[in-house]
Design a protein around this ligand. Sequence first.
Ligand code: ZN
Length: 313
Amino acid sequence: MSFSSEVKEELAGHVSSSRHCQLAELSAVICFLGRVEMGGKSGIRLGIQTENETVLRKCFTLLKKTFNIDGDALQFPREEGKGHTYVTITEDSGEADKILQAVKMRGPDGGENTEAVKVNPLLIKNACCKRAFLRGAFLCIGSMSDPEKSYHLEFVCTHQESAEQLKELIQGFGVDAKIVIRKKYHVVYLKEGAGIVDLLNIMGAHISLMNFENYRIVKEVRNSINRKVNCETANITKTVNASSKQIEDILLIREHYGFQNLPDNLKETAEIRLEYPDATLKELGQILSPTVGKSGMNHRLRKLSEIADRLRN
Ligand SMILES: [Zn+2]
């Protein structure tokens, strides 16, 4: 199962006990996936368009809790077509009307508000209801990439208005969200690991949050090991580069000047450098007896380098 599906599974099992939150979540489902058909003998027919069983299950759980509408999601009539599955929620005009009024997509007088693309702000006034709405929104139009690969969470909206509303809602919780247009869709997305963690927490996906954090920790440890290895490699390269220049100088001195003409301390330094080309200055100094500190070795090698430079000129 993908990480995204795991999050949805967890969110589907999360049903809040207060009616206001249940309605807020249901309004997300109807807002993003709902289809209202008017006319005909029955008046209004309400359905949702989704292939996702998890979403269907959640939708029917919410309907049962809020309106006592019973039903086995799997037994409801479906119509397939154009890559969509349309599932009828209710063909009872009175029932459909009641639901639409409750999620404020239809006035009490039966006035049309069915084209509303944004959720009515009255439904998501409380922080608890905002969380519930985001939970429903993620179930319907959300997805996220596997944290092992990258940090990306998104909501794909059909309308600019609903994308703006979602973005503001997320930002209201102090989490940074952005919108990008992809084909005909308005995509609200999060790219930061920390922001995704916050949003999972806001929606109540606590198990997924911990799994996500585990991936993050493993990734960070791996990165820090890589950084360390790179750093050590860089140091070794530095030592080798410095050493090869020193050796070049020393060989020049041996050929054109002679070690016997060097003072004793420089002579022993030159010999030991040739003998241990890979050693650091500190290691070289410790081989000598009495030992010489790093800065002492540095001083001696600089002297050798000056002699070599004089010989070159
Ligand atoms: Zn609430």
